[in-house]
Structures are given as C-alpha cells and as structure tokens.
Design a protein around this ligand. Sequence first.
Ligand code: URP
Ligand code: ZN
Ligand code: ZN
Length: 462
Amino acid sequence: MPKTLIKNGTVVTATETRRADILIDGERIETIAPSISMDAETIDASGMLVMPGGIDVHTHLDMPFGGTTSSDDFETGTKAAAFGGTTTLIDFAIQPKGTRMRDALDTWWRKAEGRASIDYGLHMIVTDLGEAGLEDMDEMVREGVASFKLFMAYPGVLMVDDATIFQALSRTAKNGALICLHAENGGIIDVIVKRAVAEGKTAPIYHALTRPATAEAEAVHRAVAMSEISGAPVYIVHLSSEDALNEVRAARDRGVPIFAETCPQYLLLSVDDLARPGFEGAKYVFTPPLREKHHPPKLWDGLRHDHLQVVSTDHCPFCFEDQKVLGKDDFTKIPNGGPGVENRLQLLHHFGVNQGKLSLNRFVELVSTTPARLFGLYPRKGELAPGSDADIVIWDPESEHEISAKTHHMRVDYSMFEGFKVKGNARTVFSRGEKIVDHNVFLGRTGRGAFLKRAARGGAWK
Ligand code: URP
Ligand code: ZN
Ligand code: ZN
C-alpha cells in the first residue's frame, strides 16, 4: 500500500487539539507532525477535524431476539457504521442456556466472517455458568473475548441470578476481563408487566410504564455492591435514568470501579416518543425504556463530569413493517431494540459539541478513546499516535444534513431520529489505512474487517 498523507487538518484526540499532518504507512500511523512533505497520496483536510475512528462497544448484528432477528447483519451493519465514522464495533455473542461459550463464539465468528467491513470484537453474553462456565470464561479471555455481559432483566430468557453474577465477577477479578451488566430488576418488572397485560394495557407506551427508573437504580445499586464484595470492576450498559446515574456517581465517589455508558436515544428522546399515535411508539421500544424529559439533561451532565464514560448505540434494529408489528396487540411481543450505529457521532457532535455541552476532546474521548481503553483495544485503536492503527475520520464540522430512513445505510425501514438536522459528519473514513468511505461513497470491501483479540485488564481501573 502506498503511503497516504493527510495534510492541513486539525487533529483532535481525547487530550489535545492541534494543527498537524498525519502520515499513514500501510495499516498504521507512521508520523504526526506540524508539517510533513513527502511523495505520497495526499489528502487535503483544510477546515476539517481529524479524529480517531469511532468505537461502538454495544451493537447487536444478526441477533436472534424476541422471536425474530435484528435486521442488520455484519455486512450491512458495519457498512452503515463506517458511513457514520465508526471504524470498530464490539458485538455480542450469546451463549444459549445449557451450551458452551466456545460454541457461541464459533457461531458469531461464522456470522461475521467474510461480511464485516470494519474491525470488530465480541463480548460474550453469559446465560448459564453450568459445570464449566468459569473455565469457559478464562478460555474466552484467551481468545480475545475480554468482556462478558450478564442480564439482571428478561427473566426466563437471558436473566441470571445474583449468585451467577457474583461468581462471574469473582472470576474476572482474577482473569482481568470486564463484566458488563444490563441493570434492571427483572423480577419486579415481570410482575408489573403481567399486571398491565391482565388489565388490557397493551399499547407500546406500557413498555415504559412497566419498567420504572427505580428498578434500574436498584439493579445498579446491587451491581455496585457485588463489585465491592468481589473486587472486580463493573460496566453498566445503556444507562437511561437520573436515578441509575446517581447510583453510579455515588459509587465512583467512594472509589468503586464502576463505569457506565449511555446511548444517543436516552440523551435525545423521551417517553413521549413511546406515546406517539397508533403503533408508532413501537419504533421506540427498547430496554431500558425511554424516560421522562427531566432525565436527559442529567445524563448530559453525567457525560460532562465523567460520571458516565462512554456513548455507545445499543444498535439492535428491527423493521417497523414486518418485525415491530409482532407486538401490534401486545407490547410485550414488540422486539426490543432500535437502530443507531450510523448516527452516534453525528448526534453527539451536533447536540453535544455544537450546543456547548461537550468539548471536542471530550467528544473523542466518549466515542473512541475510553471505549478502547476499557475494552482492551488501546492504543491500537482509539488514539492518533505513531504505531496506532490508521483508523482515522476526517470530520467535516460544517456539513449539514437531515437524518432520515430514506438516506441512511442501516437495513431498517425507520429512523429513531427522523428529521433531526445535524451539523458535522464524516467526510473520509480510513480503516487500517484503507479509505473505506469518501464523500458519502463506500469504497471499502465486504469481508475486509478483522476480528480483534482484546486484552484483559487493559482498562482505566488498572
Ligand atoms: O432493547 C434492547 N436494548 N435490545 C437489545 C438487547 C439489550 O438488552 O441490550
Ligand atoms: Zn441490555
Ligand atoms: Zn444491547
């Protein structure tokens, strides 16, 4: 591969903003300097920001769930991610109850193999520790699957009990992996849901009304206690409410190694979207649910003050016309999940940076650098430095567009952010030195994305 020179851009990392040129040699960054002159393919980035590629640590591609399968697979999902400036994602393999994690890992490798156009890692969803589960966890870490998700919700499907969570945490205290928790009290929610259905309350809005924020806060509180007792760090996924945030903040203030992510939908939408007329609300059925309007400003504050460390998407798309409709007469049958992998950077840049809630450096930290650090990819990913992978986004901070299902690249027939006008978008995207998107044209190759073996205990708690 010839060398590539990105000239005249403003380089933005989590820690600095400076005028500099970047020289790429093959898959890696070779040099970053105020001015580089050399015979190379040269790209003018005047007026542009040059940032490390986005890392989305929470996606569900080709995932069987709720009686159907998420509509983006590794081909369409990674391509859509690339259009939005995301060059790495970490998806979830699921261990079906009673089976070995090794089999789940093989299944998800097969789903991704030959399809991904950006690099990807996998977390393992643990549903059952059984006889060999703890040894299996060590084996997964050796395979580069250095994080596990466990569910405190979805009884009978994915939920595990506290003993299982505590055992898994105790294991990661030794093997250095990170436990991610879906923190909602599934038992309580199940009772409230059953009551609602018995009373004939079947519209999408009841998805939110049966999952109180207190049930999220209680689960986070329990997760904190288990982290303290086991001595292992915990990462709370898709945190949605002020109540849960308060638990995370209080724990971090005491020095407990708790980390948490939120997602654009919790920052920008509200329970009112679930109450849209007819069945429209089904587009916004995901878990935890959207909250009342006083929560998002608190989440923005949490991002600003590092009570929350990451913004991911929880991209889990289901088409409205033929998948969400499964729950037309009963909200409990609406497949839970929403699309967003393409829009994360655009939304956070526009509503965070442009509206003065986040600095550019904090933006990069939230969407790229901290995800890399926490999930064992740093400094290969999430950084612009000599030796790092040349996963680079040339970001046009002035480019304006309106988000719409008519123009997005995700394989789903609606957008949760339809009609949102945003300023700032990826102009040119490099993945390991290869230009994969330029001016809204995909130049990458299906199957070029590689599985990333992630390091355990590479995280910020070390
Ligand atoms: O509703 C959601 N969030 N679907 C994806 C599965 C999960 O809990 O992350
Ligand atoms: Zn979850
Ligand atoms: Zn998820």
